[in-house]
Design a protein around this ligand. Sequence first.
Ligand SMILES: Cc1ncc(COP(=O)(O)O)c(C=O)c1O
Length: 302
Amino acid sequence: MTEYVFLDGQYIESDKAVIPVRTHAFLYGTGVFEGIRGYYNQEENKMYVFRMKEHYERMMRSAKVMWMESPYTVEEYSRITIDLLKRNEYKQNVYIRPTLYKSSMKIGPSLDDNKDSFVLFTTPLNDYYDSDKGLNVCISNWRKNSDNAMPPSVKITGAYANASLIKTDAHFAGFDDAIVLNEAGKVAEGSGMNLCFVKNGKIITPNTTDDILIGVTRNTVLELAKYLGIPTVEREVSRSELYVFDEVFCCGTGAQIMPIVSIDHRQIGNGNTGFITKKIQNLYYEVVQGKIEEFKHWCTPV
Ligand SMILES: Cc1ncc(COP(=O)(O)O)c(C=O)c1O
């Protein structure tokens, strides 16, 4: 099957979608992007794109910080995404990757007088991890890039070198992933996902000002918790608290809802997926497939 990509205003075959070697975003990491998922609902024989609007709204905020002039509106990005998915005729879950990037050929890092281009590709993708097994993680000895250096709330392509170092060093040390602290030594997030903790029946997640990406899935978890009657709190979290939470899980578009069963070799809870984690996880998988009426407005049919 031919897979199409949207580049420079056109739908073209994936292997013909190339960009020049002098492209600014390639040389300096000056792109902003999103990771979105489309879920294939087998019973309805239909795909739903999850919280597409919120993702493109975040891309617009990222673009503003990076002096970009978006060539399209949120509605236009959404329409292009649905068009591309229709062309690619998937009958399975997919990952959707839009990138708005600085596309001039100029040498030097500045963002002004520098054209903005948009590229979008889609690819089949199922679970990153085995969602029943749970992750064994460490605390990274890297720190999260701070808001005053490279704002983590802005999804900048070049900033992901930080995530690459965190994740790769965790792998070489024998862990699935890592939790990273911010420059103040407080818990920030995972390499590419937000974190949630459970203590005495309450869900705790770091503040939006603790150097995290303000995740769409994090917000989904807070909303689902409200729906289930589980109290939530956003607050600073210290390293030493991590080891003694009742449950820990991470959340993100890619990771979805994944239990963390050990941190720095210390078992969390009884070492299995916790009760509240399981409740959120089960509901999440129903919601993303458009199966729960209350949350259907988050799911755009293709
Ligand atoms: C660093 C980082 N934190 C958190 C997340 C979770 O964000 P979202 O739920 O919007 O996918 C991501 C992306 O998936 C990420 O790259």
